[in-house]
Ligand binder design. Structure first.
Ligand SMILES: CC(C)(COP(=O)(O)OP(=O)(O)OC[C@H]1O[C@@H](n2cnc3c(N)ncnc32)[C@H](O)[C@@H]1OP(=O)(O)O)[C@@H](O)C(=O)NCCC(=O)NCCS
Length: 186
């Protein structure tokens, strides 16, 4: 990650690299049933999250499968509101994926859209990505609304292709290309 790329500040938020000490804050909301419902993982303990931060989410961002985990804070209060993630899916195809989760105490304010927009900017403008996707369960309507607000396009709807939490689930794929990001928007 280029030295000057982080932290990122937006109008209301600060996005910085996660540190192991963030694990309890992240675990507290990611384990809530309402937050967890459509995330790939089930309930996770603090030690698991700390280990992921130490070994994966704050590591290098160079190879397929690398993950950049970002803590999302309110810029003026320093309160921890959630996390946002950029996945390096393909070096060859310059492909990325964006993800996000908010503490329910901080939903309904546009923070996820603001944070995910900053991640798209990082992917396209700092890392020179060509295409960034987001994957979600179609029942996760609030998440689809985030992606629609960002101008991402629904591209695919896979039917019952993933086994998650005891059932076969559908998967929506949204995408945006670098030239779409660069086009005059909004
Ligand atoms: C997905 C998730 C991040 C969406 O959170 P969210 O709060 O709905 O999304 P935002 O933070 O972008 O906020 C948008 C809402 O705030 C409202 N809002 C209020 N003030 C706003 C402002 N200043 N700017 C923008 N939106 C604002 C918007 O109207 C919108 O509400 P609406 O969808 O009812 O119209 C959240 O539901 C979550 O963490 N879910 C669990 C984890 C998860 O599923 N992650 C995604 C996996 S694919």
């Amino acid at each position: 990650v280029p030295e000057l790329a982080l932290p990122i500040t937006t109008e209301r938020l600060l996005l910085r690299r996660e540190v192991p000490g963030d694990a309890p804050a992240i675990q507290a909301y990611r384990t809530l049933a309402e937050v967890n419902r459509y995330l790939a993982h089930g309930s996770v303990d603090v030690a698991f999250i700390r280990d992921r931060i130490e070994r994966v989410w704050s590591g290098p961002f160079e190879q397929d499968g690398d993950v950049l985990g970002l803590a999302v804070e309110e810029r003026y209060t320093g309160r921890f509101v959630g996390d946002a993630v950029l996945f390096l899916r393909s070096v060859e195809h310059r492909g990325g994926e964006v993800g996000y989760a908010l503490d329910p105490a901080h939903t309904g304010k546009g923070y996820a859209t603001e944070a995910a927009g900053a991640v798209l900017r990082l992917g396209f403008e700092t890392f020179g990505m060509h295409r960034i996707v987001a994957r979600l369960d179609p029942r996760n309507v609030p998440s689809a609304r985030v992606l629609e607000r960002l101008g991402m396009r629904p591209e695919a709807h896979f039917v019952r292709n993933e086994y998650s939490k005891g059932e076969w689930t559908d998967e929506l794929v949204y995408a945006m290309l670098a030239d779409e990001w660069a086009a005059p928007r909004r």
